[in-house]
Design a protein around this ligand. Structure first.
Ligand code: AMP
Ligand code: MG
Length: 430
């Protein structure tokens, strides 16, 4: 005799009872706190890392007033007295600052980046000046009309001593490293990289390898490569747990092992409530489930919870859904676990160059959007023309996601829609 199947309520939830996108974000924002410890690293290794301590300028940048062009430095107040005719009393190149003040009413030949000699405040460009030798001594005729301070960069004009340049939680970009280096700082305190265990589930999956030919029904494990690539845009160390078959015991055991040594487990596949989906039962057996079944498309089966201190995220198996859920949620979870400030992607209002006759209410849809031009100066967006959560091509062709809110059930060409470029979600542009 077979046991009667339990009625699983979640399976029959209506979109209106499922957790909405904004509620998921609120939940994540409120619940996720920094777990990663900190470490001190050299600046050249810090691109993409998240700062754990603020950077406060220990000195002015630039340190000294200096010339912005090649030319002649002079004291603006002397100009009238000498009628623009200065004796050239020194030559100052970048990196060779003059120690003493200049003799009164003289100019200095100066080159870009050289520190302004004491007493001089203005630089005339060499192209505008006429040098002369008179009695074996060099002179220069400087044209009138220059403002005091012209062609001179002031000490501190980039950063003033004491300024907070970056705060804890900032992700370090190349330009931030330049700013930190310009302050003379060579080491930074950052959050430790998060250890992420990555695994794919499904009896049908196999890894591509030389000579490997798929049998009918087999599917290459695209998600592993996609998710590893996405993870590598963030400060994480990935452990590849390979492909697990749809075997409840094996899945539970592997997840339990992974939880012991990682800050996060990221799985794909097996997160729905089919007979061959064992992710939810494994999570429920080992830890707590915080969310499952979202009112979004694609990505409804995504689940999130924890096993001890290890965050667990179960992504849907469909590559498109896994990709979208990673960008919308997983990325921010990883950043928040490492002390990063919450970042809402900027949404751009763009004209729709497509129509949707009927969309289900109560769920938010994220379409793959391709930018185009409506008129010479107006951007438009069209959606990838075929639906289907398995079409990896849609992810490759798209420039970002078109976000259709719950309440909208219809789109007509020319309507304004919200467009989130992939670059807003941390992806490089093509
Ligand atoms: P599931 O979420 O396990 O029901 O899988 C949904 C769909 O995604 C199925 O068609 C799977 O074959 C496919 N799928 C699952 N995992 C992967 C993967 N790692 N790479 C490519 N396709 C996958
Ligand atoms: Mg499966």
């Amino acid at each position: 005799m077979t046991e009667p199947r339990k009625l699983l309520n979640d399976c029959f939830l209506h979109d209106k009872d499922r957790l909405r996108h904004d509620d998921v974000l609120t939940l994540l924002r409120e619940r996720i706190s920094t777990v990663a410890g900190t470490e001190t690293i050299v600046l050249e290794a810090a691109c993409g890392r998240i700062l754990a301590q603020p950077i406060i300028a220990p000195r002015n940048v630039p340190l000294s007033d200096n010339a912005a062009v090649d030319g002649y430095a002079f004291c603006h107040a002397d100009f009238k007295a000498v009628g623009g005719w200065f004796e050239v009393a020194d030559r100052v190149a970048a990196g060779h600052a003059r120690k003493q003040a200049m003799p009164r009413q003289t100019a200095a030949r100066i080159f870009t980046g050289a520190a302004m000699p004491d007493g001089l405040d203005t630089v005339a460009m060499q192209e505008d000046c006429e040098p002369h030798i008179q009695n074996d001594r060099p002179f220069v005729a400087i044209p009138p009309g220059l403002k005091q301070g012209a062609n001179c960069r002031k000490s501190g004009e980039d950063v003033l001593e004491g300024t907070t340049v970056l705060v804890a939680g900032d992700s370090l970009r190349a330009q931030d490293l330049a700013a930190i280096a310009s302050l003379g700082i060579s080491e930074v305190v950052v959050y430790r990289k998060l250890k992420v265990a990555l695994l794919s589930t499904g009896d049908e999956l196999l890894r591509p390898a030389p000579g490997v030919a798929p049998q009918p029904g087999q599917v290459f494990d695209a998600n592993f490569f996609m998710l590893k690539g996405l993870l590598e845009t963030l400060p994480v160390v990935v452990t590849d747990f390979g492909i697990l078959p749809d075997d409840a015991r094996l899945i539970r055991e592997t997840i339990s092992t992974a939880a012991a040594g990682h800050d996060m487990i990221l799985t794909s596949g097996g997160a729905s409530r089919g007979d061959e989906d064992h992710i939810i039962t494994a999570l429920d057996a080992l830890g707590q489930r915080h969310l499952w079944q979202l009112a979004i498309k694609p990505g409804r089966p995504m689940t999130m919870g924890q096993i001890g201190d290890c965050v667990f995220v179960g992504l849907p198996g469909n590559p498109v859904a896994a990709f979208v859920c990673f960008l919308l949620y997983v990325r921010q979870i990883i950043l928040s676990l490492q002390g990063s400030a919450w970042h809402d992607p900027v949404r751009f209002p763009v004209k729709a160059a497509f129509a949707i006759a009927r969309k289900k209410p109560d769920r938010r849809e994220f379409l793959r959007g391709i930018l185009g031009r409506a008129e010479p100066d107006t951007l438009s967006v069209t959606k990838f023309d075929r639906d289907g959560s398995g079409l990896i091509t849609s992810l490759r062709e798209a420039d970002g996601l078109i976000e259709i809110p719950e309440a909208v059930t219809q789109i007509e060409p020319g309507d304004t829609v919200s467009f989130i470029p992939f670059t807003e979600l941390g992806l490089p542009s093509r």
